[in-house]
Design a protein. Structure first.
Length: 218
């Protein structure tokens, strides 16, 4: 197998990033690793490197993330970029969710280093890497059907913004926000923004992620 040229590593723990980079470089001497510590930094990196990167190694619990939003955005905006999720949250629901959202693999931080190398090799070869076969997650499948713009609006719903505030932030008309909201509700099978945000909350990897739910339906 030819060595990939560029890996994006997104994790908020600098010591872990350093250890992962050392492991990757040891097994892929020609690789270049670029790092992100927050969801915002990851978004900036993907905007620059997303079309040329060979692999995204993505931690789920990063500052600025709303649940699995970094994975959702990466898959929707860069569908050809394989994503290997690396996480300490390795329960079956989380694994099922990341697989439903299009991750190519899942590596638990509780596993040994050699399994990370095996996971990276598998994903870079176009194969999947899941140590267990997760059940299908219908909520994740519905969220994965949203377009990038619809996902952004759903995240702004979760942040508690009103339609007029969302329109201003995105530079669109309020009527366009309402049209997107209708499409979001239809795809998710819900009736209002509160129900839509609850679905998004169900995919958060840990309880420290608290979304500010807008209680009034649009």
């Amino acid at each position: 197998m030819s060595d990939p040229q560029l890996f994006i590593l997104a994790d908020d723990h600098p010591l872990l990033r350093q250890a992962l980079v050392l492991t990757l470089v040891r097994h892929y001497p020609a690789v270049r690793c670029v790092e992100a510590a927050t969801a915002e930094q990851l978004g900036a990196l993907l905007a620059i490197e997303g079309e040329t990167a060979d692999l995204l190694l993505l931690d789920l619990a990063m500052p600025g993330a709303q649940g699995l939003s970094p994975l959702l955005m990466a898959r929707q905006e860069h569908p050809s970029l394989p994503v290997l999720v690396i996480s300490a949250h390795d329960d079956s629901d989380t694994v099922a969710a990341v697989r439903a959202l299009g991750a190519a693999g899942f590596w638990s931080k509780a596993q040994a280093e050699d399994t990370l190398v095996a996971a990276v090799a598998a994903v870079c070869e176009g194969r999947s890497w899941f140590t267990t076969e997760p059940e299908r997650n219908p909520v994740a499948s519905r969220l994965a059907s949203l377009t990038p713009q619809q996902l952004r609006i759903l995240q702004l719903f979760a942040a508690g913004l009103l339609n007029k505030q969302i329109a201003y932030d995105l530079g669109i008309e309020e009527a366009t926000v309402k049209a997107h909201a209708t499409a979001i509700f239809r795809k998710l099978g819900v009736h209002n923004r509160t129900q839509a945000v609850i679905l998004l909350q169900q995919l958060r990897p840990e309880d420290t992620f608290h979304l500010h739910v807008e209680r009034s339906a649009s």
